[in-house]
Design a protein around this ligand. Structure first.
Ligand SMILES: Cc1cc2nc3c(=O)[nH]c(=O)nc-3n(C[C@H](O)[C@H](O)[C@H](O)COP(=O)(O)OP(=O)(O)OC[C@H]3O[C@@H](n4cnc5c(N)ncnc54)[C@H](O)[C@@H]3O)c2cc1C
Length: 376
């Protein structure tokens, strides 16, 4: 049986970041994914500052955003601009293939496509059963996304599951108008919002809302396409995918298994931004795993507690207020210079949601806005 220090299941942003970090720390690493790369992935492909900072260089970028247009449930639009880009757009096919390559360049072995069926812990290591036979690793990093079987085995608990629906449209004659602009619409379903993210010759139009309101979510997507005059564009992809957030006490691993990214339910609950959570948790898991199995889960939890877990908690507070009073967020970002400045500083990574929410007036404001919400 082939032997490794670290086996990584899944080669999305979490898995490839984990494999790269573990290999760079000197471990023998294998990363396995059931898909052949490059592969399509339902995702807006919007990178905020912390996502960019966690990458091993400059990724293949389709657009740099300096204009953000905003609306509330299809109402009047206002466009705000920034001098320095506040977001970068990538396609996940290109980003994920690039990240996997960088893991291989750091020394990890990639086995794709290769499906992992199960992981069994034994005293001398974890046996990873794959469709190409078993292998053994001292530590396994489960980065297998929202449908993670390994996370289920570990007993992950979720506080929230959302359904995201997306259309990939051929931009055609609208490509110029959307070259450096995104659109955000704060939606009619509590906690929902929609986006148009440009990718040069294509536009990604998406909506996200709590799972369980499928028809209303589909209707919202249709409405957004109509409101923005995108109905005539050719549809290249029409897909959906879940996002999920862990409960605060949910396990981050067990024994020889660490969970990273969507598998762990690590995601910013308000915007459902997950790429930075995946790359950062993956890299931390990789470093911890390279240090060996004893105490790995505790070391990993301590590393995540430094900033990712407080950032999730801040996002949860924002989501509660946003669910109750989306118009307040809309007005704050659309009409006040302080709101717009905070929004663009957070997306650029110059400050964090957690830092903003720690400020007493912000905390008090969010508390007031949450009054009367289901959870607040
Ligand atoms: C509609 C939508 C839009 C989004 N837009 C954004 C955005 O604009 N910006 C942002 O930051 N976040 C966004 N997100 C969130 C982001 O897509 C995820 O948080 C991110 O992909 C998580 O990365 P990951 O590596 O944990 O999981 P994934 O990217 O899902 O990777 C998991 C990998 O595991 C593999 N796998 C699964 N099971 C097995 C198995 N048994 N064996 C082997 N391999 C397996 C899969 O093939 C996959 O490649 C969006 C999410 C949705 C649903």
């Amino acid at each position: 049986m082939d032997e490794y220090d670290v086996a990584v299941v899944g080669a999305g942003p979490a898995g490839s970041s984990a494999a790269r970090a573990a290999a760079a720390a000197g471990a023998r690493v294998v990363v396995l994914d059931r898909a052949a790369f490059p592969r399509y992935k339902t995702c807006g492909g919007g990178l905020i500052g912390p996502s960019l900072a966690a990458l091993p260089g400059t990724p293949p970028t389709r657009a740099s955003i300096t204009r953000v247009s905003l609306s509330l449930a299809g109402g009047r639009r206002r466009t705000r601009t920034v001098a320095e880009p506040c977001l970068r757009m990538v396609t996940r096919a290109e980003l994920d293939a690039w990240l996997l390559r960088s893991a291989v360049e750091a020394g990890a072995e990639a086995r794709v496509p290769c499906r992992v069926a199960s992981v069994e812990e034994r005293p001398d290591g974890a046996v990873v059963e794959t469709d190409a036979g078993p292998l053994r690793a001292q530590v396994v990093i489960a980065a297998d996304g929202t449908s993670s079987r390994l996370a289920r085995d570990v007993g992950v608990r979720l506080s929230r599951v959302d359904l995201g629906l997306e259309l990939e449209l051929e931009a055609g004659p609208l490509a110029g108008e959307w070259a450096d602009r995104v659109h955000l619409d704060w939606g009619p379903i509590p906690g929902s919002y929609a986006w148009v993210f440009p990718k040069g010759d294509t536009l990604t139009v998406g909506v996200i809302a709590a799972r369980g309101a499928g028809e209303a979510t589909r209707a919202y997507l249709r409405d957004v396409v109509g409101w923005l005059g995108l109905g005539g564009l050719r549809v290249l992809q029409d897909t959906g995918h879940l996002t999920r957030c862990r409960t605060p006490g949910s396990p981050l691993g067990c024994g020889r298994v660490l969970l990273a990214g969507d598998a762990a339910g690590l995601l910013e609950p308000w915007t459902r931004e997950g790429i930075s959570f995946a790359t950062r948790s993956g890299a931390l898991a990789g470093v911890v795993a390279a240090g060996g199995a004893p105490g790995a889960v505790e070391r990993y939890r301590a590393a995540l507690s430094a900033d990712l877990l407080p950032e999730m908690a801040a996002g949860e507070r924002c989501l509660r207020a946003f669910e109750a009073r989306p118009w307040a967020f809309h007005e704050l970002i659309r009409s006040t210079s302080v709101g717009w400045r905070q929004f663009s500083r957070i997306t650029r990574g110059e400050t964090t949601l957690a830092r903003a929410v720690r400020r007493r007036p912000v905390r008090a404001g969010l508390g007031l806005l949450s009054l009367g919400s289901a959870a607040g």
